[in-house]
Design a protein around this ligand. Structure first.
Ligand code: PXP
Length: 245
């Protein structure tokens, strides 16, 4: 059974739109857990555009499943992670101007900065995952740095059209087999939704998906608990695709 990590960043996006106290991501995490989430994921960005430091500390006290902190390998954020001690830290690239994380971390070309963060987090007993493109060079670099897991970015798959969809899936299948052969745990995420998730669930070796925007979007309309329950259903059984009729 593949785990579902629910990324609740965009609950905080709504709150920050008014710099208000609600909606509280901590409440969203409780409801996501009731809906069947296997973990809660948040990204503490350097610009604090959605999740705030307070959220991460409160989530650490309240999340009863697994807390996954997405973060850039910046000293300030690493220091916070070492205090919070999430179950897992997922290192991602971060650019101030981007709307969301764009592409995977280029571990192969940034060995020094990434390895310092990996070593510090691992020494504190935190599982480390690296968000990378599904490419052998990145998988090999993640293995060399002794990461526990990798998360393949599925943005290219999610944005692909026509014949490119099958090509992107094949890249994910090949890279997953390579990562598993290196003993890495394989997670995937970015751009996954209720209509494109099923082929991803069928990739042999994948253990966890991290999904945010599509679940929070549905939660605004039907409630967090139901939105998560429906995603878990789609991940486990055939679900009619309304776009195909
Ligand atoms: N995984 C990682 C590493 C991410 O950076 C994000 C976006 O914050 C996600 C998963 C979730 O992506 P989405 O919001 O498109 O489902």
């Amino acid at each position: 059974m593949i785990r579902l990590g629910v990324n609740i960043d965009h609950v905080a996006t709504v709150r920050q739109a008014r710099r208000a106290a609600e909606p509280d991501p901590v409440a969203a995490a409780v409801l996501a857990t009731l809906g069947g989430a296997d973990g809660i994921t948040v990204h503490l960005r350097e610009d604090r555009r959605h999740i705030q430091d307070r959220d991460v500390f409160r989530l650490r006290e309240t999340v009863t499943t697994r807390l996954n902190l997405e973060m850039a390998a910046y000293d300030e954020i690493v220091a916070i992670a070492l205090k919070v001690k999430p179950d897992e830290a997922t290192l991602v690239p971060e650019k101030r101007q981007e709307l969301t994380t764009e592409g995977g971390l280029d571990v192969a070309s940034n060995v020094a900065s990434v390895s310092a963060a990996v070593d510090a987090l691992k020494a504190a007993g935190i599982h480390v995952s690296l968000f990378i493109d599904p490419e052998l060079a990145q998988v090999e670099a993640a293995h060399r740095l002794k990461a526990d897991a990798i998360e393949f970015q599925t943005a290219s798959y999610s944005e692909a059209k026509g014949a490119a969809v099958a090509r992107e899936l094949e890249k994910l299948r090949t890279a997953t087999a390579q990562a598993v052969a290196f003993g890495l745990h394989v997670h995937m995420g970015h751009g996954l939704n209720y209509w494109n998730v099923q082929p991803i669930v069928r990739v042999a070796g994948v253990e966890e998906l991290n999904i945010g925007h599509s679940i929070v979007s549905r939660a605004v309309l039907v409630g967090m608990e139901r939105a998560v329950r429906e995603m878990k259903q789609v991940m486990t059984e055939h679900y009619p695709n309304p776009r195909k009729g």
